[in-house]
Design a binder for this molecule. Structure first.
Ligand code: USQ
Length: 394
């Protein structure tokens, strides 16, 4: 397969690139280093330094003999993606000069991914909306104009559904109204501008699919945790970004880092917020399965990409238990919730379609958490307590 990965420098984009490459697929990644620049600008700290995309592709080639082609470019500019589809393309790294082949699958990770970032100010909200929606639109038009057969795999988010008082279906719901029936996208009601931008992406793609018979899979992903994948084991320099700050760190990675640093775990509000979680290794499996068996032309296929659900309090209790077993002094603090979200609610999402396709979950057992904590502990001296909580409120 020819695979194009938009946002190939990110926490999930880079491991996905290696995963496809390791399995013999031809991979090209595109990125404009937004996440790196934002992390520097906001001084978020990083657990360890990560080589740039060209350096990573070079290390990957040296260690495996495989090639990941790299394009550095801003996908908000339509010519960046259109150039890729027409062969008018400048590689920042490639091993073999090859005739460009149109991608079979495009994985779309090229989005501002943080809810707190999107609510730091109206400028950050504007950036999030314009970046995420324009890139999705540029991709959709490039596919429509040059290769309508190409399968778009969009990384959506479970947060698009919010926390409704009914079971959450996988993307679609049958509604009977005044004696008539139809099928609709499951109602969306996000609780951040970031999550709202993802809803808008879905609406855009659904329009393109109905109108031009495009094909897409929307992966409604929960918060991801973890560091190591089958490919990062080859060389620690291939590890993804690991953020534990309030802006870019997801809650499990944050709690593990807080436990190592001796910083009381930051439970927001009552901590009854329930979400569906997954290990980074399972993100890779899910994206891969979705790409190998694409949606049909005219189909918007939606999978809920989570493996298990936890409340924040359950995650804190687990982190405290695992940390104490490693001899760490772990305490928990209940902070006034900086976010506007339900802290006690019904939550019953359906998530069986990816499992039916053969994804084998890595659950968040105490052993799995301990493995991550041990790696974080190796970098314990680099942890900056001042970036853990900064109080972005909405
Ligand atoms: N939380 C705490 N304490 C913290 C950090 C978070 O109690 O120190 C709580 C939050 O209030 C929230 C839950 O933990 O209820 C999850 O927060 P998160 O920061 O891990 O996740 P979120 O902001 O929802 O966003 C993350 C990723 C995003 C992805 C999303 C999936 O940053 O890119 O789309 O997870 S989901 O949440 O299912 O929409």
């Amino acid at each position: 397969m020819q695979v194009l990965i938009l946002g190939g420098d990110g926490y999930l984009g880079w491991p996905t690139a290696m995963y496809f490459s390791a399995r013999g697929h031809a991979v090209t990644v595109v990125d404009n280093y937004f996440r790196r620049h934002a992390a520097t600008e906001l001084d978020t700290g990083m657990l360890y330094d990560v080589p740039n995309l060209v350096q990573r592709a070079r290390i990957w080639h040296e260690r495996t003999g495989r090639e990941i082609k790299v394009v550095i470019g801003d996908l908000r500019n339509p010519e960046t993606i259109r150039g890729i589809f027409t062969g008018n393309i400048k590689y920042a790294f490639q091993v073999e000069k090859s005739a460009f082949i149109v991608p079979d699958s495009v994985m779309h990770f090229a989005e501002q991914p943080s809810a707190p970032y999107s609510l730091m100010s109206h400028e950050h909200a504007n950036f999030t909306l314009s970046n995420n929606i324009l890139i999705t639109n540029n991709l959709m038009f490039a596919v429509k104009d040059f290769s309508p057969e190409t399968h778009i795999v969009h990384i959506g988010t479970m947060g698009e559904y919010g926390t409704p008082n009914i079971d959450i279906e996988e993307g679609w719901i049958d509604i009977e109204h005044k004696g008539r029936k139809d099928r609709f996208l499951f109602p969306r009601q996000a609780s951040s501008i970031y999550h709202t931008s993802k809803i808008m992406d879905t609406d855009l793609l659904w329009f393109g699919i109905r109108t031009w018979n495009l094909r897409a899979t929307d992966l409604m992903q929960g918060p991801v945790y973890g560091i190591e994948t089958e490919e990062t084991i080859i060389d620690p320099k291939l590890r993804p970004f690991f953020n534990y700050d309030e802006i870019f760190g997801t809650v499990v990675n944050r709690f593990i880092t807080q436990a190592v640093a001796g910083y009381p775990l930051t439970v927001y509000g009552k901590g009854g917020q329930t979400r569906g979680y997954l290990n980074i290794r399972d993100t890779l499996q899910c994206v891969y399965k979705a790409a190998l068996s694409p949606a049909e032309p005219g189909e918007l296929r939606v999978f809920n990409q989570i493996m298990e659900t936890f409340t924040v309090v359950e995650l804190a209790e687990k982190t405290a238990r695992v940390g104490r077993n490693l001899g760490l002094d772990v305490t928990v603090q209940y902070l006034e919730n900086p976010r506007k979200e339900a802290e006690e609610h019904y939550y019953n999402p359906t998530y069986h379609r990816l499992l039916e396709m053969g994804v084998e979950p890595h659950y968040l057992t105490d052993e799995a958490m301990e493995g991550i904590m041990r790696i974080v502990r190796e970098h314990g001296d680099a942890i900056r307590k001042d970036v853990i909580f900064r109080g972005v409120k909405w």
